[in-house]
Design a protein around this ligand. Structure first.
Ligand code: F6P
Length: 320
């Protein structure tokens, strides 16, 4: 039995721990493992390399992905998919494991439904935007990175009596903002899933100032339909004497050593994935619900509706 494995889309802390789990799990069950470099782009170009137990030594704690990653426009075309499939046949791959977010698993599902290739998806993305799993690999690390940044920003904001807008990643999904915002004691959390009311934000900040609060933190996901700079400008205009600063955290949220939680999620889902392959399942997305590792056919997993975490925003408002 030969397994191919690739990472695709934006990288996420814990992707390496996932690769390690699939490689070592596969070897444990007597399989041969081939790493494919640069995601679907490398699949199309035939960048295959055989992996042994030593090739994943010393990576469980490392951010990024040793297989590297790419966003492949070519693989979305019929020609690209055909070329990718030909490479899998040429290297006699029986099952392909793809690690990534929504786009990665969607590409894998298309490969499976068009060619019949056995494809398995593992949720590697900081965004936590896959509905079939409670958490994605990398999300917890990212939230903790944001949390640590909020702590630093809070120190200086409070010394200067400023309001700071902290922009975090999340184009469609506000989970990073919601989790880091609640854990970081933010005054306001803005997410793409829910419209905001500027009057409300001003009222809340003003009420804080009236109570003698010298600083405040607003966590805003990048997908909210107002730029952080514009929001800062508007708040400055509307609150007399307020000084509003913007910090865009950017790619620091995607790097760093994965938390224990992400490493454990990577290890459990990676091994389960290999076991599904061994059991003869044709395709699956593997994730976690509660504390149980779950799997669904890729098409079913991708059609699910995501649980909302907007409750975090309500709790944050109560705890203001
Ligand atoms: O999907 C992960 C993610 O980090 C998103 O949160 C972000 O919007 C996007 O990737 C950034 O992508 P790129 O690496 O292409 O700038």
């Amino acid at each position: 039995m030969r397994i191919g494995i690739l990472t695709s889309g934006g990288d996420a802390p814990g992707m390496n721990a996932t690769i390690r789990a699939v490689v070592r799990g596969g070897l444990y069950y007597g399989m041969e493992i081939f790493g494919i470099r640069q995601g679907y782009e490398g699949l199309i170009n035939g960048e295959f390399v055989q992996m042994g137990t030593a090739s994943v030594a010393d990576i469980i704690h490392r951010g990024g992905t040793i297989l590297q990653t790419a966003r492949s426009a070519a693989f979305m075309t019929d020609e690209g998919l055909k070329r990718g499939y030909e490479q899998l046949q040429k290297h006699k791959i029986d099952a392909l494991v793809v690690i990534g977010g929504d786009g990665t698993l969607t590409g894998g599902e298309r490969l499976h439904s068009v060619t019949g290739m056995r494809v398995f998806g593992l949720p590697g993305t900081i965004d936590n935007d896959l509905a079939y799993t409670d958490f994605t690999i990398g999300f917890d690390t990212s939230v903790n990175t944001v949390l640590s940044a909020i702590g630093n920003i809070r120190d200086t904001s409070s010394s200067h009596g400023r309001t700071t807008i902290v922009e975090v990643m999340g184009r469609q999904c506000g989970d990073i903002a919601l989790h880091a915002g609640l854990a970081g004691g933010a005054e306001t959390i803005l997410v793409p899933e829910k419209s905001y009311d500027l009057d409300d934000i001003v009222k809340k900040l003003q009420a804080g100032r009236d109570r003698g609060k010298r600083h405040s933190i607003i966590i805003k996901a990048e997908g909210v339909d107002i730029s952080s700079e514009k929001l800062a400008e508007t708040l400055t205009e509307r609150m007399e004497g307020a000084e509003v600063k913007v910090v865009i955290l950017g790619y620091i949220q995607r790097g760093g050593s994965p938390t224990a939680r992400d490493r454990i999620l990577a290890s459990r889902t990676g091994v389960r994935c290999v076991e599904l392959i061994k059991e003869g399942v044709s395709n699956a997305a593997v994730g976690i619900k509660g504390d149980t590792v779950v799997d669904y056919p890729l098409a079913v997993a991708l059609a699910m509706e995501k649980d909302s975490h907007l409750e975090y925003q309500r709790i944050c408002d109560i705890l203001l």
